[in-house]
Design a protein around this ligand. Structure first.
Ligand code: CP
Length: 307
């Protein structure tokens, strides 16, 4: 296995090869041991400065990147579009170039426009990490999801993963499909027809509109949030009806013939895609995903800093 990445930016899982993914996940395993020690810091990125540039809201990804950077001893600055000079009309490129002028080495960016990190990566000298670009990709989420499945079930080859919910508006879905397929897993997407884009049929995955079929088929159910904030039209009659047909309860999981692992990238809409008793049940590894996010992001930042 090569000991360096084939890319100098992490823009999407689509650009990674199997070796890149294994290298990130194996490195994350080592960092997970580090952050469970009494002294959680290593000097790996001392003298590296990283800016977390967030043009969209975030809880998990933003805090997780910041903690990962601090655990690696990097210097960290945080930028939010709200309260910044973006509100006065400053462009994305001008904003980032001004941040880089302060001797910043790496940019972690979340943006509502698909392709924004790709645009930036061709125009600036720093490494760029995509922390979610609109409905396109969320590569570190997919990596931490794979890490969490590997930790729970072992090698992903041959595992069956159902991604259930609002696939159309999800960046987590596409990154997970690429990441899981590159590791030899089988993937199904499940949701109402209106929330599964037509191009999914070209990705070599299974498609279902029956949540019970998906749960009976899979080893892992990765349940996604209904992203009302990205929906300009009505994709289903009401949240109550969505929940009746696609909501997952603990009883549904308990009644399956064999145990499955329940995942969700967060934030959860409790009572919509998952009942609280399902989200908080022994089936769920949702908080393990969050914990693993720090180690996976440490691995990504550490490996990119070597490029
Ligand atoms: N999973 C995820 O991206 O969560 P945040 O939007 O809170 O970062």
């Amino acid at each position: 296995m090569a000991d360096s990445l084939s890319v100098r930016h992490l823009l999407g899982i689509k650009d990674l090869n199997e070796n890149d993914i294994n290298l990130i996940l194996d490195t994350a395993k080592e960092f997970k041991e580090v952050i469970n020690r009494p002294i959680k810091k290593v000097p790996s990125l001392r003298d590296i400065t990283i800016a977390n540039v967030f043009f969209e809201n975030s809880t998990r990804t933003r805090l997780s990147f910041e903690l990962a950077e601090k655990r690696l001893s990097a210097d960290v600055v945080n930028f939010s579009a709200s309260g910044s000079s973006v509100k006065k009309g400053e462009t994305l490129l001008d904003t980032v170039n001004n941040i880089l002028a302060m001797k910043v080495d790496m940019i972690v960016m979340r943006h509502s426009s698909p392709g924004a990190p790709h645009y930036l990566s061709g125009r600036i000298p720093a490494n760029v990490v995509n922390a979610g670009d609109g409905t396109h990709e969320h590569p570190t989420q997919a990596l931490l999801d794979s890490f969490s499945i590997r930790e729970k079930l072992g090698d992903l080859a041959g595992k069956r993963v159902a991604i259930i919910g609002d696939i159309t508006h999800s960046r987590v879905a596409l990154s997970n499909i690429f990441c899981l397929q590159k590791q030899g897993a089988e993937v199904m997407v499940c949701g109402p027809t209106t929330l599964i884009p037509k191009y999914m049929s070209e990705l070599g995955i299974k498609i279902s509109h029956d949540v019970r079929e998906a749960l009976n088929w899979c080893d892992v159910a990765n349940v996604l949030r209904i992203q009302l904030e990205r929906q300009q039209i009505k994709y289903f009659p009401s949240l109550r009806e969505y929940s009746m047909y696609y909501g997952i309860s603990k009883k549904m999981l308990d009644d399956l013939d064999r145990p499955i692992v329940l995942m969700h990238p967060g934030p959860i809409n409790r009572g919509v895609e998952l009942t609280s008793d399902a989200a908080d049940s022994h089936h769920s590894i949702i908080l393990d995903q969050v914990e693993n996010g720090v180690a996976v992001r440490m691995a990504v930042l550490y490996l990119l800093a070597q490029m």
